[in-house]
Design a protein around this ligand. Structure first.
Ligand SMILES: C[S@@+](CC[C@H](N)C(=O)[O-])C[C@H]1O[C@@H](n2cnc3c(N)ncnc32)[C@H](O)[C@@H]1O
Length: 392
């Protein structure tokens, strides 16, 4: 099949040959052959040599996302079937849960496609115009492969604005209940696939949750700050800890309370509705101290331009959080702000100096293994957690 050809600058051609998947708009060489928003295009180098098939976006600053660098493999039904099958088989070894990310965008060779499994329900997001015409096929292939009870599309506005696509929440096949019960590490959680953050649950924190849970001991005091639906706090309570969960959104906290009850742990968990920044400040000025402070803030900088603001916010959080630690207490700091990942250790050092504490690093963990990242695309590694213990 003949696709519109787009020539890219030598620098972009080199990156694509080295397995990067993105071409920025200012890397397209003029004159451009006209291509429709969302069309499959053929990327070529300045000498017209084939580079890749890609999804073209007329709106995003990422003008093209590579789908295939194999000239003989057109973007068709067979390619989607192969990519979905491979993505699912990569997750087959994941044990101890019935909730997982099945497809993670560029890392699985399907730019813009997220598919999460919650028991017998699938939730997907389409984040690129290029994927839009393929959605019925994606649903059909998922249905045939997994026989789910239902497939919900949760393509939220925040991921679609850049591609000038409207938000979509739609059940494509079967039935998707308002709440789905999942299991992780022997614990149960309610997930709200229609309104919850992400597609309903922070699947990407599974590995860090499990590791932290394994370190917590009965009777310890744990602060789960920015708790969402309480997954970290519930894991800690299951180990016999006494927990306080702090969360701003009442709907999340309501689910956190239900999740605590679902696991018979409500006696051990206090739920506090409010702004975590104020809560930390108030506690830092008081006498109560914690053996664990789990800090998992939302993104603190959406762009490089906001990085300085994000850095200040993170520094402020850390100075307060360190004050809350008991002697030998441990802080687990999770950062999902790509623009801050490179400076977290420096900010930790500065905050520790201000509090006069020495910190021992117990672990540095990443997004869970069903959220793999592409080594050639550093921005696909977006979540890291530092487990640091106060030295005395
Ligand atoms: C990254 S999520 C936490 C995910 C959670 N640790 C988990 O694994 O399920 C961040 C949470 O912080 C909440 N949040 C955002 N700003 C807040 C604030 N100022 N105070 C308290 N919570 C806030 C959000 O509603 C969201 O639930």
């Amino acid at each position: 099949m003949a696709y519109p050809q787009l020539a890219v600058l030598p620098s972009a051609a080199k990156r694509i040959r080295h397995h990067d998947c993105w071409v920025f708009r200012d890397e397209l060489a003029a004159p451009l052959e006209p291509a429709a928003h969302g069309a499959v295009v053929e990327l070529v180098d300045p000498h017209a040599a084939f580079l890749a098939y890609a999804f073209y976006s007329a709106h995003s600053h990422v003008a093209a996302r590579v789908v295939s660098t194999d000239r003989s493999a057109a973007v068709d039904r067979a390619l989607f079937a192969r990519r979905l099958t491979a993505a699912m088989s990569r997750r087959e070894g994941l044990r101890g849960t019935n909730a997982r990310r099945l497809v993670f965008s560029e890392a699985d060779g399907l730019p813009g496609l997220i598919v999460d499994q919650y028991g017998d329900v699938l939730v997907f997001q389409s984040r690129t115009a290029g994927l839009e015409p393929w959605k019925p096929l994606i649903v059909e292939l998922l249905r045939d492969a997994l026989r789910p009870a239902g497939v919900l599309e949760r393509s939220d506005k925040e991921f679609r604005d850049a591609e000038a696509l409207p938000a979509v929440t739609q059940v494509h096949t079967g039935c998707v209940p308002e709440r789905v019960r999942i299991e992780e590490d022997g614990l149960q959680f309610w997930v709200d696939p229609y309104h919850g953050q992400k597609t309903g649950f922070y699947l990407d924190q599974r590995d860090t949750r499990s590791r932290v849970r394994g370190l917590i001991r009965a009777g310890e005091r744990v602060a789960d700050v920015f708790a969402y639906t309480g997954s970290f706090g519930i894991g800690a309570a299951a180990r016999g800890a006494r927990v306080v969960c702090v969360e701003q959104q009442e709907s999340c906290l309501a689910l956190a309370r239900e999740n605590a009850r679902l696991n018979g742990l409500e006696e051990q968990i206090e739920h506090v509705a409010g702004d975590a920044f104020y809560w930390l400040e108030a506690k830092a000025g008081g006498r109560e101290r914690f053996d664990w402070v789990l800090l998992d803030p939302p993104s603190l900088a959406k762009s490089r331009a906001e990085a300085f603001k994000g850095r200040r916010a993170l520094h402020h959080l850390l100075v307060q959080a360190l004050a809350l630690l008991a002697a030998d207490g441990t802080l687990v700091l999770s950062v999902c702000t790509y623009h801050l990942l490179g400076v977290v250790e420096e900010i930790l050092r500065i905050a520790a100096a201000e509090r006069g504490v020495r910190l021992r690093v117990r672990a540095v963990t990443m997004q869970a293994t069903d959220h793999p990242w592409v080594l050639q695309m550093p921005m696909t590694r977006y979540l890291m957690s530092w487990t640091v213990q106060r030295d005395g």
